[in-house]
Design a protein around this ligand. Structure first.
Ligand code: ADP
Length: 545
């Protein structure tokens, strides 16, 4: 081999911050503080200096060593951003905890991760108080505020973030080490089983950040103003904290206030151009915009992901508010981005409805992610836009094993990761999810897509949320049960819903029964908990003739 004669410089997360701090020093990072709701603003240069102070705190008083896991239970703020950079930059591993999980599960994860220190926002003081005694590996709890706003706690005497930083030196030389060293740890939200840890490296994080910036992905540059509404505890806010540093964009952090009014104020006040989040957030914002008559005219681009994008939402934002919406698909195990649904030049002449149909697919493969759909026997299916199978992926920001070795069955012998999703690909690389492997309704040898059935039901004027689950059936193996949460002050009947569906899905998909529920069970990332529904309706007997 004739070797290339290029420098072999490691891809370091600290390099993203030193780039932004040095070259985009005055570009702002704006945060809404969880403890007061006040707005805090500073530049990337300040973020760099304070992250250096924090790195000195970690290595000094907190005695953090290479590879140690340091956990955060925190909102999107400048302090959480500093922790992202200082912890990984110093060679340790940032473990972001989803505070919406059950406290017992959180304590389990901290223990599983062997967390050495826990940084938390004042909002989560009661949670930390409740679990502190169970956290045997944790040496210190550090509350992310100043002396004046430190909470009174019963079981913990927290150190105070701003005190620690004030006492530390701002001078710090970021170490260089193997780019394959671990940098971040994120557990799956456990929607479909026990949480499992994805352990990211410097290399995977930096490559993912570069791809996230590109035009057909998030497409943000130094002129952009980006607001991750997706929390930094939900797969690293989809990589935005890193991508924003690569791009040198202005970063807007919404803190603890994710309601429609607070988001609209921030968007308008800071002239936000790019926003990212899960569908539930966009539903809340839309409701507020319609009630108040307010606008979000600065927004150019919205990336919605985490679960399927409802058609009504897409039409409302694009039609009423002139926003370009994209759907993204990914998962914790993929850092998370896998597909993003930007349109291609060849789609320009299409009608509005045809464009909507393309945007309702889960998106188009981004560089770095290879994908295939396989049947039950492991045969690769054609990319014809209709042959559905198990979706498998591989690439430099996709896990090769789980942290501390759980879930080996997720990997194929030839090096692919089984996503657990079912869907199909077309020749342009657009992927459509039809289900999760565990949720497919297998009836008489055919598969019904629970997602398509749910989306169709959600169009009914009285339906707020719908979930289709396969229930055992004596003749057909499984048949769909549709569980519906009606909109307030409506009382739809099973017949009206079945009649509505009859015009939209094949006859053999029609649910054999419709049950109504006051409140759909939701998991920690806002997704419907089908595992819970299966427990509630266990032993369900369809009326058979
Ligand atoms: P969990 O698997 O615990 O829910 P993740 O946040 O990692 O946690 O979720 C990944 C899963 O979310 C994907 O495997 C897929 O099933 C679902 N998902 C993500 N984005 C989309 C999307 N745009 N459309 C449909 N499903 C999606």
């Amino acid at each position: 081999m004739l070797r290339g004669q290029m420098m072999d410089r490691p891809l370091m997360i600290s390099g993203l911050l030193t780039h932004a701090g040095t070259n985009h020093g005055s570009r702002e990072i704006v945060s809404r503080l969880p403890e007061t709701g006040a707005i805090h603003r500073y530049g990337w240069k300040d973020c760099l200096t304070r992250s250096q102070r924090l790195a000195n705190v970690l290595e000094g008083p907190l005695k953090v060593h290479e590879g140690d896991r340091i956990s955060t239970i925190a909102w999107n703020t400048h302090r959480h951003l500093e922790l992202y950079y200082a912890i990984s930059g110093a060679g340790a591993v940032i473990h972001t905890v989803n505070p919406r999980l059950d406290p017992k599960q959180i304590a389990w994860m901290l223990d599983h991760a062997k967390a050495r220190h826990v940084f938390f926002d004042t909002t989560f003081a009661p949670l930390v108080d409740a679990i502190a005694k169970a956290c045997k590996t944790v040496k210190n709890f550090i509350v992310m505020t100043d002396e004046a706003h430190a909470p009174q706690m019963s079981n913990v005497k927290p150190l105070i973030y701003e005190d620690l930083l004030a006492k530390a030196s701002p001078d710090y030389d970021w170490p260089e080490f193997d780019e394959n060293a671990a940098a971040g740890l994120c557990y799956t939200s456990g929607t479909t089983g026990d949480p499992k840890g994805a352990l990211y490296s410097h290399r995977s994080t930096v490559l993912h950040a570069l791809m996230a910036c590109s035009m057909d992905t998030i497409g943000v540059g130094s002129r952009g103003v980006i607001m991750p509404v997706v929390p930094m505890f939900h797969v690293n806010a989809w990589g935005v904290p890193y991508a924003a540093a690569v791009a040198g964009s202005k970063l807007v952090m919404p803190g603890a206030q994710l309601d429609g009014k607070s988001l609209q104020e921030l968007i308008e006040g800071e002239a936000v151009t790019h926003v990212l989040g899960v569908p539930t957030v966009w539903l809340g914002l839309l409701q507020y915009l319609r009630e108040s008559g307010k606008r979000i005219d600065s927004v150019e681009n919205v990336l919605m992901g985490g679960s399927a994008m409802p058609e009504a939402l897409l039409r409302a934002y694009e039609g009423e508010y002139g926003v370009d919406m994209q759907q993204g698909w990914g998962m914790t195990e993929m850092s998370p981005l896998g597909t993003v649904g930007k349109l291609l030049p060849k789609h320009e002449g299409l009608s509005a409805d045809e464009k909507i149909a393309i945007k309702l697919k889960q998106g188009r493969l981004v560089w770095g992610v290879e994908m295939r759909a396989v049947d039950d026997g492991g045969n690769v299916l054609p990319r014809d836009g209709k042959s559905s199978g198990h979706i498998q992926v591989r690439g430099p920001w996709i896990i090769s094993s789980y942290f501390r070795g759980a879930g080996e069955e997720a990997f194929t012998d030839d090096g692919w990761f089984r996503t657990g999703d079912v869907g199909h690909l077309d020749e342009d690389g657009y992927m459509t999810i039809t289900d999760r492997s565990k949720d497919v309704i297998k009836t008489g040898g055919e598969w019904i897509s629970s997602i398509d059935l749910e989306n169709a039901a959600m169009g009914h004027p009285d339906v707020a949320m719908a979930a289709a689950v396969g229930m055992p059936h004596p003749k057909w193996q499984e048949r769909p049960l549709l569980v519906v949460q009606p909109k307030p002050n409506t009382s739809p009947t099973p017949d009206s819903i079945r009649a509505y569906l009859a015009e939209r899905v094949p006859k053999w998909w029609l649910p054999d029964a419709v049950e109504f529920i006051e409140q759909m069970p939701l998991g920690a990332t806002g997704k419907i908990l089908k595992t819970r529904l299966r427990e509630v309706y266990a032993g369900y007997a369809f009326e058979t003739e």
